[in-house]
Design a protein around this ligand. Structure first.
Ligand SMILES: [Ca+2]
Ligand SMILES: [Ca+2]
Length: 259
């Protein structure tokens, strides 16, 4: 099993369109580095978790002060905030994997990790960064970059697709109709072939039942843990009922006030 990987980084330059933008990277998690572009500053304090499956779909929270750059001056017009993963120190066009942003505020960006190519091309660490893209002024800004590792879950592609869709069902069901269309599923990189394979009744919609059918069979250990969980629940309910009975008995036994 891969362990979360964070490592300190050194000085790194942006790409061609970022002439003059130098990223000064923090040496430790939680310290938060500073990237400066002229008088603008982006900070990125933390990212959790540090790993995700190859198929993506893991929720990642970026914390920092994003307000300074993201809501100030002419850049506020016609701009888009994007979260990318990259296998390269210097992000390059067409090799980055865009994550889906779920929510965004001045201090927090939540994004779902994107689908990335298979293990042979994704071993090792990758960088996550935020890009402020502007349609009027062609300016891209990056946060300081922190290492991020994709992990092999050992599932088949189809099982991983079902799990990822299932885990993010509410996020992905953007029209809230209780099913996922191909467009909604494609948001995290599920292919039309995979969609079709999961769509048992061929109606072009994936329900949670259909996704459950596509999930991998639970292992013996998982079954055991689930059983233990249920037993714990039963024990908890029994304890609650007993405590309730005790309270009722106490009430019955309690002092009666006679006026
Ligand atoms: Ca839907
Ligand atoms: Ca269906």
């Amino acid at each position: 099993m891969h362990s979360p990987v964070f490592s300190s980084s050194n000085l790194s330059k942006g790409r061609r369109s970022l002439r003059g933008l130098v990223l000064i990277l923090a040496g430790a998690v939680g310290v938060g580095g500073v990237a400066s572009a002229g008088d603008m500053i982006i900070t990125l304090d933390s990212i959790t978790p540090a790993s995700a499956s190859f198929l993506g779909g893991v929720s990642v929270v970026l914390r920092g002060d994003f307000s300074t750059v993201f809501n100030t001056g002419p850049l506020a017009v016609g701009t888009f905030t994007e979260v990318y993963f990259s296998p390269f120190t210097i992000p390059m066009p067409n090799t980055d994997w865009e994550a889906r942003i779920v929510s965004i505020s001045d201090t927090e960006i939540t994004a779902i990790t994107p689908r990335v190519p298979g293990p042979t091309t994704t071993n090792g660490t990758h960088r996550v960064y935020v890009r402020k893209f502007n349609t009027i002024l062609p300016v891209n800004l990056y946060t300081n970059q922190i290492d991020f590792r994709f992990t092999d879950t050992g599932e088949t592609e189809l099982e991983a697709a079902a799990r990822t869709l299932n885990d993010n069902f509410d996020f992905l069901d953007t029209d809230n109709d209780g099913a996922l269309s191909l467009n909604e599923a494609a948001d995290i990189g599920v292919t039309p072939d995979q969609f079709e394979a999961l769509d048992d009744n061929d109606d072009g919609q994936l329900t949670q039942e259909e996704l459950a059918n596509g999930l991998p069979e639970p292992t013996f250990l998982e079954r055991l843990l689930e059983l233990l969980g249920r037993l714990t629940n039963i024990a908890g309910i029994l304890a609650f009922v007993l405590s309730l009975l005790q309270k009722i008995l106490n009430l019955l036994r309690g002092p009666f006030v006679v006026s």
